[in-house]
Ligand binder design. Structure first.
Ligand code: ZN
Length: 280
């Protein structure tokens, strides 16, 4: 229970069946939150929560990558800490999906870097990596050269929650992995109680910001992500809570800092990592 004092019977809008079905198991979703044209549906079977965004999508524009570039040092250090905390050391060849500006690559130990393959959908981010790191990233999984497969390790750092069909992406990844390979997924922790807190913020229309909607399309907990992995042909191996990149100094002020504090109080843990291996 968070500091909002939420009980087991939260003041939610009456649950109703949305048109949507769970992308993990196909069960009809129950609406648990809405604000203006946005809503979210919970799968009663596996606990996955999906956003309905009315067609709105986040634009990962110049500004997004500019902010990422400015925090390169802290991001690389953060990736080093995450790597050091993994229960199984990663092996080469490695594939990083959603590479951004290549900060994870910079954090990799030298033994893993030469064989690393990057996928990044943003054209400007790919151009930057080619210019700054001399690395040619692929725009999508389909275009990755077969010579580089199968991969011994695949990493998804805050990517899976943003893609339209996470199960389809996991299946695509599985077919490109070695038996016994390791898939590492880091993603925000968005349990149902965060949606209850977001409902309380409806009068000031801040629920959507708390939930990162429309940017986040699927909302995971360690348990629901492991169910999705099993549905996509993976055996979950381990999971752990992890910290986030430290806030930039200027983000400590203003409304975003208040939302950040609210999120922290409701969630206790901001994000987590699950590791899994393909089922042979
Ligand atoms: Zn489901």
């Amino acid at each position: 229970m968070g500091a909002f004092g939420l009980s087991a019977e939260p003041a939610l809008p009456r649950a109703r069946e949305s048109q949507g079905r769970c992308l993990g198991c196909g069960t009809l979703l129950e609406e648990i939150w809405s604000e203006e044209e946005f809503s979210a549906g919970l799968c009663p079977r596996c606990g996955l929560i999906f956003s309905e965004t009315g067609g709105a999508a986040t634009d990962y524009d110049e500004n997004y990558f500019h902010n990422m570039m400015r925090s390169e040092r802290s991001r690389v250090e953060h990736f080093r800490r995450l790597l050091a905390g993994l229960p199984h050391p990663l092996q080469s060849p490695l594939l990083d999906v959603g590479a951004g500006l290549g900060h994870f690559l910079l954090a990799l130990p030298p033994r893993l870097r030469p064989g690393a393959t990057l996928v990044e959908p943003s054209g400007s981010a790919r151009a930057y990596m080619e210019r700054a790191l001399g690395i040619k990233a692929y725009p999508d999984l389909e275009s990755v050269s077969t010579e580089r497969m199968p991969f011994a390790a695949v990493t998804l750092w805050d990517v899976l929650a943003h893609v339209p069909d996470p199960r389809a992406m996991l299946v695509q990844i599985r077919t490109r992995m070695q038996n016994g390979g390791a898939l590492v997924i880091k993603t925000p922790h968005h349990p149902r109680r965060l949606f209850t807190a977001a409902s309380l913020l409806r009068p000031i229309k801040k629920g959507r910001s708390l939930l990162h909607i429309p940017s986040m399309r699927t909302h995971f907990t360690p348990s629901s992500l492991q169910k999705l992995l099993a549905a996509a042909g993976f055996q979950p191996l381990s999971w752990q809570w992890v910290s986030e990149t430290p806030l930039q100094p200027r983000a400590w002020f203003g409304k975003s800092a208040l939302l950040h504090a609210a999120r922290r109080i409701v969630l206790l843990h901001i994000s987590f990592i699950v590791t899994a291996s393909p089922v042979s």
